[in-house]
Write a protein that binds this ligand. Structure first.
Ligand code: DP6
Length: 338
């Protein structure tokens, strides 16, 4: 590819989860969410090249994007093209540092990198909020990967989504000893993806109403625990939140089961660890899949790793809070990088 612009972004793990939309196309959520953006080893690098002719095309880890992915890519591009006042078409190539099927969601890092590289290619200088809005149009959780450290996605109230974006709560350096230990328990793709799963919950779960009522209180407590670096409180709230999410998933019709026996073994072992220590030294969090994300601190990290391996988990990866999306520059700048 000649004349491309590239950007790199990392996945984020939600402590308060996004699950349910009030507008499917614009990915406007039913609730605020709170997350931490990871520093390596998982990341996505996306290159965008613009030209006057042809149509938008995208390749992901060497395979062509499917129709739904292309639709979401065009939502991001059209939003940015409108801002830039042009109609140029994009040729996009994106690579993940982790293979598809490891169970690590690549949509958050993918659309954050896409929004950033496309904005740069179009010559736009956007605020983090505008970039976050653009990434959200690709995949809701991507709006959080634009921002580094501890992040709050405010759901907003406007119908056009202009006030639904992520902001930083605290920089990665605020809590350097914070760790996210990810247990990759399966490489099977999930049967029902987040987009379809959350729609089913909104349409069918009566417990979901109670979840929405409880969330503002829990979110405020999580934000306060982050600011105070109150690990014990944060880990307990993260587990409560994950359990509540999976309760409403199961209350959906037909029910959504994302956890498996290994996930349940991990849940039990984290509770045992906390009981043995007499305080909350770790807290698990599960998304729409069986892989566990365990929040802990540097002090207990190797104990948590060992415990996950003892549950038969093949691959355990430790991350710290990391930066938001980074524009790597144009091809000439990348070639000249030291
Ligand atoms: C369970 O952002 O993948 O990981 O907006 O439909 O693309 P779409 O959904 P997506 O959903 C993520 C759901 C989650 C929780 C979270 O990350 O907050």
């Amino acid at each position: 590819m000649a004349g491309f612009f590239a950007a790199q972004a990392s996945p984020n793990i939600a402590i308060i989860k996004y699950w349910g939309k009030r507008n499917d196309l614009l990915k406007l959520p039913m609730n605020d969410s709170v997350s931490v953006t990871l520093a390596g080893p998982f990341f996505t690098e996306t290159k965008v090249e613009l030209s006057g002719a042809g149509k938008d095309s995208m390749e992901i880890n060497g395979r062509p994007a499917d129709d739904r992915e292309l639709l979401n890519v065009r939502l991001v591009l059209d939003f940015l093209r409108k801002k830039a006042g042009n109609t140029l078409k994009a040729t996009i190539s994106t690579r993940n540092s982790f293979p598809e099927g490891t169970g690590i969601a690549s949509s958050a890092s993918g659309y954050a990198a896409l929004a950033s590289a496309s904005a740069a290619a179009l010559g736009l200088e956007l605020s983090p909020a505008e970039l976050s809005v653009a990434a959200r149009l690709g995949s809701g959780s991507a709006c959080r990967s634009v921002i580094g450290g501890f992040v709050h996605w405010k759901m907003g109230i406007e119908n056009d989504g202009s006030d639904s974006y992520a902001v930083q709560v605290a920089a990665p350096s605020h809590w350097d000893g914070f760790r996210i230990v990810t247990a990759i328990t399966t490489s099977q793709p999930k049967k029902i993806g987040s987009t379809d799963g959350m729609k089913r919950t909104v349409e069918t779960s009566s417990l979901y109403r109670q979840r929405l009522e409880a969330l503002p209180g829990r979110t405020a407590k999580v934000l306060a625990a982050i600011m105070k670096k109150d690990a014990g409180l944060l880990f307990r709230l993260a587990m409560e939140e994950s359990n509540n999410l999976h309760a409403v998933m199961m209350d959906s019709y037909p029910p959504l089961f994302y956890l498996d026996d290994v996930s349940r073994g991990i849940i039990a072992s984290i509770h045992e660890l906390n009981e043995a220590k007499g305080s909350f030294v770790a807290g698990y969090s599960f998304d729409a899949g069986p892989n566990a994300h365990v929040f802990t601190t540097e002090r207990y990290c190797s104990e948590v790793e060992a415990l996950l391996k003892a549950q038969g988990v093949g691959r355990v990866v430790v991350s710290k809070p990391g930066p938001g999306v980074e524009v790597l520059g144009s091809d000439s700048k990348i070639r000249n990088r030291p």
